[in-house]
Design a binder for this molecule. Structure first.
Ligand code: RB5
Length: 149
């Protein structure tokens, strides 16, 4: 699986830790930045990652900021993106199985790198359950495309 990843300054250190973890696990990714802890506006990075995922250039994405909230709000403005802000493994798994989330967002000021890595692993391994969830996610996608479900 090829991932797109990105963060603002508030998520930079966690992005670096998770990048090392992904490398150790042999997961391929492209890092859209930021590449230092200098101040950056989280929507810029969220849109870059979300648009690349929406275009199909990457299967899924990971976004980091202080809370994971700002990047999730921004990423969810991009058509075709279902970004989930998860700080526990149960929500991470459900966001894949029930919501077909294609971006996971994490907050550096909320979780430590150990838990974040576990959440990422669970999220990457989990698959969409489809079935009844397909109809529900279909309504979200239709609303994004046509302004109605
Ligand atoms: C930056 O200080 C902080 O606001 C940002 O990283 C993020 O938490 C926003 O949601």
């Amino acid at each position: 699986m090829m991932l797109a990843i990105g963060s603002d300054h508030g998520g930079f250190a966690l992005k670096q830790k998770i990048s090392e973890h992904l490398q150790q696990c042999g997961v391929e990714f492209y890092d859209f930045g930021v590449h230092s802890s200098e101040s950056a506006d989280y929507p810029d990075l969220a849109f870059a990652v979300a648009e690349a995922v929406a275009r199909g250039e990457y299967e899924r994405g990971l976004l980091f900021c202080g809370t994971g909230v700002g990047v999730a709000i921004a990423a969810n403005k991009v058509k075709g993106i279902r970004a989930a802000n998860c700080h526990d493994v149960f929500s991470a798994q459900m966001s894949r199985e029930h919501n077909d989330a294609n971006i996971l967002t994490l907050g550096e000021r909320v979780v430590g790198p150990g838990l974040a890595a576990m959440i990422v692993d669970v999220w990457l391994a989990a698959e969409f359950s489809a079935g009844r969830h397909e109809r529900r996610v279909g309504k979200i996608n239709a609303y994004a495309r046509e302004g109605k479900a």
